[in-house]
Design a binder for this molecule. Structure first.
Ligand code: SF4
Length: 654
């Protein structure tokens, strides 16, 4: 079959042209599990496409085998003989390039090319896409180069057309004018059609109320992309990129792109490197960098230093390995209490240089912090989602939805209880205020310190604060007071506050006072938990016993549950590994990474997909219960993980 440059391959080439050679080849490892369906389910992308089709009703779907490009183009051309027509997913071919367009509106030779994206815009903000100085905002580049590619193929396939390109986006400044809008678009099996969405029977344009979409003209931006005013990166112009990618991809020739920090997340990587499974990453580095094979595979690279902005520059200068960084390459700015970012970076580099695998703990600094912690200690974690199409009348698109929390309590005598939890996954129900009332109830028995891990919980409480302010909830003042007592306002907030019980960020404590080389510079709880478990005899000993033998209660695990097991090298196996998988064939990490570039989502990709399924997928009660049970276990483990990190600190400063 001829190798055509599609939209997704063009996008892959923009990330790194070399990837076009490794993609879709079984002999090359590919770590990136992709699933357009799960992705669209979580983003609401397919629901939005169906909503857009209702707004452009009366169109004809060009359907058929998605791999039979020629048949799809033939069908499209046949339909385009009509003077005026609306088409969904028409197909176009030009040279080696193939595209399908979301919605096309043809009136004679005037054609609207409409690309539907589950990305939001505030239509009141004129600097959403182009910044104040007229530059293209980086988060929009991929979308605009995508539509520019479609425009290029269409204008070459039909040179007599006048094409107006538009992005059809979700408008955050608008509110739904009907109730239950999102429940009109249910997810069904993928096999029925590409979007896998069933629109509730009988739904018409009138039933969806006023539009929550923004139709953004992008003609000027696209002509600036074509003329080279806007570039994806400095190396290639748009037209050069299309001709290079399409020619090399069709001939299956590798384009050698310089290795750089982008290689850090290259999906064509494997440590199990043999003749039947090659590593594109190792091939690139071997071809371009004069360091040993051992170093390529095993030695930490400069881009692995946490939050290190100089990595790209150092690689361009020919410095690839972390151990080769010197004090001249980094400006170390000390901090009064705890580690500054540059001190932490230098600590990470020094430990690599000295081959030192021992953890660093600032006992005095931690002790000082811990003196201010008030018992009983409360550890909380939220699971949240954002749903593109609003639940109810008056709600905005992509509002934060807080559907679950877990709460562990630790007493001064060391006893630990899984004190409370909350979950609301009822389809079509906006859970936030109920969530907040339950959280308030759980935390109102005492004035002990409250812990979060990173900033997510504070962000969510700020979002619910705004939702409350514009609500008619009877207890809104009480709830607002509660939010203000346990959080702090965000910078952009009209009213500023810092609560008496403002949540203490355990991740900040880690960054200031603790570094373990096992974390490889990551401060995420998934990296820190195994590090503390492996380095603490106290934790190993305690949590390798069943719950009933330690001072711990649980709401979701039975008394025989053991949280820590060991592999054959006596290394702790992450407790998350023993939980049931939320979805067949997908680990929690894989789901998190699939969802990592979703709008507004900082963590919990797995929980987010589970929530979307519970909301929008038809399923029986047993399946529903299974997902609910798994969600409860995951969230309980998230707060127990925080407790374990606290216990590690407590034992370390004794
Ligand atoms: S290793 Fe780097 S250069 Fe090679 S394909 Fe991956 S990102 Fe591109």
């Amino acid at each position: 079959m001829k190798r055509y440059l599609s939209k997704s391959r063009f996008k892959l080439g923009l990330e790194c042209p070399t990837k076009l050679y490794y993609t879709n080849k079984n002999e090359y490892a590919n770590q990136k599990k992709e699933d357009d369906f799960l992705d669209a389910l979580a983003q609401g992308g397919f629901q939005l496409e169906e909503l857009a089709r209702l707004e452009y009703d009366g169109g004809t779907l060009v359907d058929g085998n998605p791999w039979d490009y020629h048949l799809l183009v033939k069908k499209t051309n046949e339909l385009l003989k009509q003077e005026n027509i609306i088409l969904y997913e028409p197909a176009f071919l030009y040279n080696n390039c193939f595209i399908r367009v979301d919605i096309l509106v043809k009136k004679g030779n005037s054609v609207e090319l409409i690309e539907v994206k589950a990305k939001s815009i505030n239509s009141n903000d004129k600097y959403s896409i182009l910044g104040k100085r007229g530059g293209l905002r980086s988060e929009w580049k991929a979308y605009l180069f995508d539509i520019a590619f479609q425009n290029y193929v269409m204008e070459n396939a039909f040179s007599n057309w006048t094409i107006e390109p538009f992005l059809l986006l979700i408008d955050k400044s608008k509110t739904a004018t009907v109730d239950g809008l999102n429940q009109k678009f249910k997810v069904t099996s993928k096999s029925n059609n590409r979007t896998g969405i069933i629109v509730k029977e009988g739904t018409t344009k009138d039933d969806i109320g006023e539009s929550i979409l923004a139709k953004v003209p992008v003609e000027t931006i696209i002509s600036n992309i074509k003329s080279g005013v806007y570039k994806y990166d400095e190396s290639l112009s748009f037209i050069e990129a299309i001709s290079l990618f399409s020619e090399y991809y069709s001939k299956d020739i590798k384009i050698n792109s310089p290795v750089n920090v982008k290689c850090k997340n290259c999906e064509f990587y494997t440590t199990v490197y043999n003749d039947s499974l090659k590593s594109g990453y190792i091939e690139c580095w071997k071809e371009q960098v004069n360091i040993s094979n051992y170093a390529i595979t095993n030695e930490p690279k400069v881009y692995e230093v946490g939050n290190f902005k100089l990595a790209s520059k150092l690689i361009e200068e020919g410095l690839y390995l972390m151990k080769d960084i010197t004090e001249d390459d980094i400006t170390i700015v000390p901090k009064l209490n705890g580690l500054s970012l540059s001190e932490r970076q230098w600590l990470q580099i020094s430990k690599v240089k000295e081959n030192d695998n021992t953890p660093y703990i600032d006992i005095d600094g931690l002790k000082l912090e811990m003196r201010n912690w008030k018992f009983p200690l409360h550890f909380i974690d939220f699971e949240t989602s954002t749903v593109a199409i609003p639940f109810n009348k008056g709600k905005k698109p992509y509002e934060q939805i807080a559907f679950q929390f877990s709460h562990h309590k630790v007493l001064e005598d060391g006893s630990i209880s899984h004190e409370s939890e909350y979950i609301n996954s009822e389809a079509g129900c906006f859970p936030n205020f109920d969530f907040l009332r339950n959280l308030k109830k759980s935390l109102s028995f005492d004035d002990g310190s409250i812990f979060k891990y990173s900033y997510h919980e504070n962000t969510i409480l700020n979002a619910i604060y705004l939702q409350l302010i514009s609500s008619n909830e009877k207890d809104k003042e009480e709830l607002v007071d509660f939010i203000q007592s346990i959080s702090h306002s965000k910078n952009e907030s009209a009213i500023s506050w810092v609560g008496d019980r403002d949540m203490i960020d355990l991740c900040e404590m880690v960054k200031l006072y603790y570094y373990d080389p096992q974390t490889k510079g990551s401060n995420s709880i998934k990296a820190v938990l195994p590090a503390v478990l492996n380095s603490s005899e106290y934790l190993k000993n305690k949590y390798s016993k069943p719950i009933k033998e330690i001072s711990l209660t649980s709401l979701n695990f039975n008394d025989d549950k053991v949280f820590i097991e060991f592999d054959k090298n006596d290394k702790v196996i992450s407790p998350y590994k023993s939980l049931p998988q939320l979805f067949d064939d997908w680990s929690e990490d894989e789901l998190d990474s699939l969802m990592s570039d979703l709008e507004g989502i900082d963590n919990g990709g797995a929980a987010l997909i589970a929530y979307s399924k519970l909301q929008f997928q038809e399923m029986n009660d047993a399946e529903r219960l299974e997902i609910r049970k798994a969600l409860l276990m995951y969230c309980e483990l998230d707060t127990l993980a925080m407790v374990m990190i606290y216990e590690f600190f407590r034992e370390s400063v004794k």
